[in-house]
Design a protein around this ligand. Structure first.
Ligand SMILES: Cc1ncc(COP(=O)(O)O)c(C=O)c1O
Length: 404
C-alpha cells in the first residue's frame, strides 16, 4: 500500500527539510512488477543508472534473487570507473565517449578484466577507440548505437531522438564490419533504443490533444522498428557477425521490446522509482507501477488563506521546457503549482484545495518528473520501510561524484 500523507509526515518528524526519500517497499514492489512484465520474454534487464544515481539502489537491483537484473547501462566512462570501485563489473556505456581520458578509462577497465562494451556510431570514434585499445594492449568490446526512430516520407519526417546516424540494416552491417576489421576492437552487438516508444507517454494530461497521435506513433513505430531490429540481427548473423548483445527498450516499452524484435536484453531505470512523467502512459504495465521516489519541502510562509509557500522545490527536469517537467505536488492531495511562479529557485508557492489547511513547518511531498535527476539535488536519500526511516544512503552527488 502506498504511504499516506499522515504516515510520511510522521516518519519525517525530526528530519531537516528539504529531504529526498525512497519508499523502499514501493521500490521493491516495482521490481516485482517489472519482472512480471519481462519474465514471459525470458530475457534479462540491464538497469539504467542515469535514472537512479544512488549506488545503494543500483546495487539493490543487481542483488535481486531472480538474477534477471544484470549489469548496468551507464552514461559516462568516469561513472563506469567509479562504479567499478564499488564492485560492479558489467557495463554498457550507452552514450559515445570521444575525449581521450574517457577512452583511456574504458581501456583501463577492459585491461582489468571488467566486462565493458561501449557504444559507437561513427568511423571517427572507431579509429580513436581502436588506437586507444592498442596503446593499452587490450581489446575493447564495441556495440553499435542504432537510430531506431521512425522515418516517414522518405526521411522527411523523423519521429524519434537525434543520436546515431545508423538507421538501415545495411549501414549497421557496414560499420560492424569495420569494427571487426579494427585491431584492438571486438564487435559485441547493438544498442537499439526506441525513444519514441519508450519515452513517449500517450496519456499526458498536459497535452491531451496530442495523446491519440502519440498512441499511433507508438503502435506504428513498434511494428516498424521491431522488424528492422530483427532484420539487422539476421543480416549480421548471416555475415558471420553474431551479436552477443542486443539492447533495446526502456521503462515505457518493456511490454513491446521482446526477443521477436531482435533484443537479447532490455533496459529500464525510471520504472523503479516511477517519476511522474511515467504516469502518463496507457499501457497496463506502466499503470501497474507506483511512485517510489519523493522529496519533501517545508511550508515556511502563508501568503494568503488559500496559499502556502515552501522553501526549495525548484528541481525542474531536463528536456523540452514544458509544464510537465516541473516537479509535481504529490501529498497532501490537491495542491497546485501557480503558473506565474511554478517551482521556484528557493521558494515554491502552492494553491490549497478547498478544506485543506497546512501550517508552517508542515512537509509537502513532491515527485520529480525524471527519476535520476533528483539525485543531483540531494546528497542523500532517506530510506523508508513500513512507514519508518530505516537508513540514509548517499547519492552520486553525496559521494562527491558528478559525471555530466
Ligand atoms: C539508451 C537508453 N536506453 C534506455 C533508456 C530508458 O531509461 P528509462 O527506463 O529510465 O526511461 C534510455 C533513457 O533515456 C536511454 O537513453
Amino acid at each position: 500500500m502506498a504511504l499516506s500523507y499522515g504516515e510520511i509526515k510522521r516518519s519525517l518528524i525530526g528530519q531537516r527539510l528539504p529531504v529526498a526519500f525512497v519508499d523502499l517497499d514501493a521500490f521493491d514492489r516495482n521490481i516485482e512488477r517489472v519482472l512480471e512484465t519481462i519474465r514471459p520474454h525470458r530475457i534479462p534487464l540491464r538497469p539504467a543508472t542515469k535514472s537512479l544515481r544512488v549506488p545503494f539502489l543500483i546495487k539493490r537491483l543487481l542483488a535481486h534473487p531472480s538474477g534477471l537484473l544484470r549489469g548496468v547501462m551507464c552514461y559516462s566512462a568516469r561513472e563506469a570507473e567509479y562504479l567499478s570501485t564499488l564492485g560492479i563489473d558489467d557495463f554498457l556505456l550507452a552514450y559515445p565517449a570521444f575525449q581521450q581520458p574517457d577512452l583511456d578509462s574504458v581501456a583501463n577497465l577492459a585491461s582489468e578484466g571488467k566486462r565493458i562494451s561501449v557504444v559507437v556510431d561513427s568511423p571517427e570514434v572507431l579509429a580513436r577507440l581502436g588506437q586507444t585499445a592498442r596503446d593499452h594492449a587490450t581489446t575493447i568490446d564495441v556495440c553499435l548505437c542504432v537510430d531506431m526512430s521512425l522515418k516517414l516520407a522518405r526521411g522527411a519526417v523523423h519521429l524519434g531522438v537525434r543520436r546515431s546516424p545508423l538507421h538501415s540494416p545495411e549501414a549497421v552491417l557496414a560499420l560492424a564490419r569495420r569494427v571487426a576489421d579494427t585491431s584492438g576492437l571486438r564487435f559485441h552487438g547493438l544498442m537499439a533504443y526506441e525513444a519514441q516508444v519508450a519515452g513517449l507517454g500517450d496519456a499526458n494530461p498536459f497535452e491531451p490533444g496530442k495523446n491519440a497521435v502519440k498512441s499511433l506513433i507508438r503502435r506504428v513505430s513498434s511494428r516498424e522498428l521491431g522488424d528492422r531490429r530483427a532484420t539487422m540481427v539476421q543480416l549480421l548473423r548471416q555475415s558471420g557477425l553474431e551479436p552477443a548483445l542486443v539492447n533495446g527498450g526502456g521503462s515505457g516499452s518493456l511490454d513491446t521490446t521482446t526477443p521477436d524484435t531482435g533484443v537479447t536484453e532490455v533496459t529500464a531505470g525510471s520504472a523503479f522509482l516511477k517519476s511522474h512523467l511515467f504516469d502518463y502512459y496507457k499501457s497496463p504495465h506502466m499503470r501497474a507501477l507506483e511512485p517510489a521516489g519523493f522529496f519533501a519541502v517545508e511550508v515556511t510562509r502563508v501568503p494568503a488563506p488559500s496559499l502556502v509557500t515552501c522553501a526549495g522545490g525548484g528541481y525542474v527536469a531536463s528536456g523540452p521546457t514544458t509544464p510537465d517537467k516541473a516537479p509535481m505536488p504529490h501529498l497532501p492531495l490537491g495542491l497546485k503549482l501557480l503558473s506565474a511562479e511554478m517551482a521556484g529557485e528557493v521558494q515554491t508557492p502552492l494553491a490549497l484545495p478547498p478544506g485543506l489547511r497546512l501550517e508552517r513547518g508542515d512537509p509537502v511531498i513532491f515527485r520529480h518528473a525524471k527519476a535520476g535527476e533528483l539525485a543531483e539535488r540531494f546528497n542523500e536519500y532517506l530510506l523508508l520501510q513500513h512507514g519508518k526511516v530505516v537508513d540514509r544512503v548517499r547519492s552520486y552527488r553525496g559521494e562527491g561524484q558528478c559525471f555530466l
